[in-house]
Write a protein of this length. Structure first.
Length: 224
């Protein structure tokens, strides 16, 4: 059972997400918060598997909550899925840097939201398809997520780890990467576990950003 915390200052959003997720047989909403301070308190007491956070919340904003729950000092870390209405807001970039595992727009269809919760719970990052290229391009142009350069990354990663990174940057899940490389899913997870610290990143999503920032892969212009 995937235990979920929902934090949003809008009553209709909280009620809608709770009803949507609780209707799934493998998901249970164990806590609902109205602001960031309450979200932090409930996360510490309920230990959810996934925290679904609004980016803009009173008391403590979603970025600070994300940093506390899944940042480098979190022990144990709680995976965070950010839900936002701001598709090109600096808050989105700040939350990614804080360690969030995924982002969705609040108007995403119900099946997408449910699938995203499952992906984040399974350790797979997720990013709304409408945001992917725009967010990655913005990072490439404006942000420096971490200091490991392309050349240094090439030195640090094994050939198979580079293969995994390329497929990860294409949006593949662990299962899809395993099928493409004809290996077990556990092997893919092992490669990821070794690869992330080498690149100086904390999540799959940040590894994808690293790949685009360092031109290991490029963002197509067709969907700019």
């Amino acid at each position: 059972m995937i235990r979920v915390l929902i934090a949003d200052d809008q009553p209709l959003v909280r009620a809608g997400l709770s009803a949507l997720l609780d209707a799934e047989p493998d998901i249970a909403v164990v806590a609902v918060a109205t602001d960031g301070g309450e979200a932090l308190a409930l996360a510490r007491s309920e230990h959810p598997d996934v925290a679904c956070l609004d980016i803009r919340m009173p008391v403590v904003d979603g970025i600070e909550v994300a940093r506390a729950l899944c940042g480098p000092d979190a022990d144990p870390p709680i995976p965070v899925l950010m839900l936002t209405t701001f598709d090109l807001d600096d808050y989105v970039f700040g939350a990614l840097e804080a360690g969030a595992s995924g982002f969705l727009l609040k108007d995403a269809d119900p099946d997408t939201i449910v699938a995203a919760v499952r992906q984040v719970a399974a350790g797979n990052g997720t990013l709304d398809q409408a945001l992917t290229r725009r967010v990655l391009r913005e990072f490439v142009e404006r942000r420096a997520l971490q200091p490991v350069t392309r050349g240094r990354g090439t030195e640090l990663l094994t050939e198979r780890e580079r293969d995994v990174l390329m497929l990860l940057a294409q949006g593949m899940s662990n299962e899809e990467i395993a099928a493409a490389l004809v290996v077990e899913v556990s092997t893919v997870k092992s490669h990821l576990a070794r690869m992330l610290p080498k690149l100086g990143v904390r999540s799959r999503l940040q590894a994808v950003v690293w790949a685009y920032q360092n031109r290991v892969v490029t963002v197509p212009d067709a969907e700019r």
